[in-house]
Design a protein around this ligand. Sequence first.
Ligand SMILES: *[C@@H]1O[C@H](CO)[C@@H](O)[C@H](O)[C@H]1NC(C)=O
Ligand SMILES: *[C@@H]1O[C@H](CO)[C@@H](O)[C@H](O)[C@H]1NC(C)=O
Ligand SMILES: *[C@@H]1O[C@H](CO)[C@@H](O)[C@H](O)[C@H]1NC(C)=O
Ligand SMILES: *[C@@H]1O[C@H](CO)[C@@H](O)[C@H](O)[C@H]1NC(C)=O
Length: 368
Amino acid sequence: MWLLIGIMEWNIICPGWKIHHFVWNILLTCLIVNSFTGALSTVVALGANVICSKIPGLTPRQRAICQSRPDAIIAIGEGAERGIQECRFQFRNGRWNCTAPGHKETLFGEELPKDVAGNREAAFKHAIHSAGVTHAITQACSQGNLTNCSCDRSKETGFTEEGWRWGGCSADISYGLRFSRIFVDAGESAENARALMNLHNNEVGRKVVKRNMGTECKCHGVSGSCTMKTCWTTLPSFRMVGDLLKAKYDSPLEVEPVRARRTRQPAFLKVKDTKSDAFTKPRSSNLVFLQKSPNYCDFNPISGSMGTVGRFCNRTSTGTDGCDLMCCGRGYNTHQYTKIWQCNCKFHWCCYVRCSQCSEQTEEYTCK
Ligand SMILES: *[C@@H]1O[C@H](CO)[C@@H](O)[C@H](O)[C@H]1NC(C)=O
Ligand SMILES: *[C@@H]1O[C@H](CO)[C@@H](O)[C@H](O)[C@H]1NC(C)=O
Ligand SMILES: *[C@@H]1O[C@H](CO)[C@@H](O)[C@H](O)[C@H]1NC(C)=O
Ligand SMILES: *[C@@H]1O[C@H](CO)[C@@H](O)[C@H](O)[C@H]1NC(C)=O
C-alpha cells in the first residue's frame, strides 16, 4: 500500500529508500526498508501535521481536513490510487492514456497543469477520483480502519416483509459519500466555471458507486434450507464503476456557465443548446465538459496532450488501438524480436522438473 506523495517530497523524509507506512493512532509512521535486504533500518515517526503539510497539491481546506482526520489519510491515498489505476486501464488503448505532460501524482490523484482545459478527459478524471475515494473510505469503514465509522447498522430493525433480515456488515455508503463530498470537493477553491464543472463530475462519480450497491445474503437453517436469511449491502467492484464511468465519458454533455446577475460570477451550469435559450441543468448521471478536447496526436503541454509518438499500436485492429488511429496517419515502426519461454514442463519422480525451451518470432509496432 502506497501513499501517493511526490517522490521528491518523500525524499526529504526518507532519502533514497523504499518506504512503507501505516497509521498508528495519530502518528503516521514511516518505515524505511532497505530494498536489497528487506531489513528494517530506520523508523521515523511523524505527526499528522508534518505529513499533511508535505502532501503536494492539497488546498488549505483539504490540508485542514487531513490534519483533523489522520486516520483517513491512508484510505484517501488508496482511493486516489484506485482511481488512477482504473483510469489507466480504461484508456489503455486510447490516444489519451490518462497521462498529461508534467503530471504529478499526489494524494489528490493527479495534479493537472493549471491551464489544462475543462474537457471530457478532465471530467472523467474527477469522477473516477471521487468515486475511488468514496469506494475506499466506505471499504475502510467496513474493515474497521477508521475511528468514526464501521458497518452500517441503520437497517437492522427486525424482519423485512419478505421474511429475512439485515445483518452482517452492510457497507456504510452514506459515510463514504459524505466524506468524499467534504474532502474531494474541498479541492475546488476558486469560484469559476471550471470549479462548477469539477464539482458536478465529482458527484457523478459518487452517484455511480451509490447506484450500484449490491446485496449479498446468507442462509441459516437445517442443511442449507433457507428458513433464516440475513442480507447486507455491498460495494460494486471498482472495475464496474470504471466501466460505467467510461460509458458516460463516451457521451458527455457540453455545458456553459450561467452568471449571477448581480456579481457576474458563474452561478451554475446549463446544458449548451445552440437551438434554444432554454435553461436545462445537467443531471448527475451525465459527465459535463466546457471545452472540446484536442485530438491528442501531438505533444502539447498547453492542451494536456502527450502525443502518441512511441505508443504501441495493433496493426490489425480497427479500434482506437489500431496503428491508423493511434498514430494519426504518421505511420509506425516495426520491431521484430524472439520471445523465449519455458514450456512442456514435466515432473520427474522424484523430484525435479524438466522443461524445454519454446520460442516464437513476434512483431511489435510503435507510432512514428
Ligand atoms: C484497512 O487496513 C488494512 C490493514 O492495515 C489494509 O490492508 C487495508 O488495505 C485497509 N483498507 C482500506 C480500504 O484502506
Ligand atoms: C466523528 O463524527 C462525529 C459526529 O458525526 C463528529 O462530531 C466528530 O467530529 C467526528 N470525529 C472525527 C475525528 O472526525
Ligand atoms: C501514456 O503514453 C505516453 C506516451 O504518449 C507514455 O509516455 C506513458 O508512459 C503512457 N502512460 C501509461 C500509464 O501507459
Ligand atoms: C490486435 O487486434 C486484433 C483484432 O482486434 C486482436 O484479435 C489481437 O488480439 C490484437 N493483438 C494484440 C497483440 O493485442
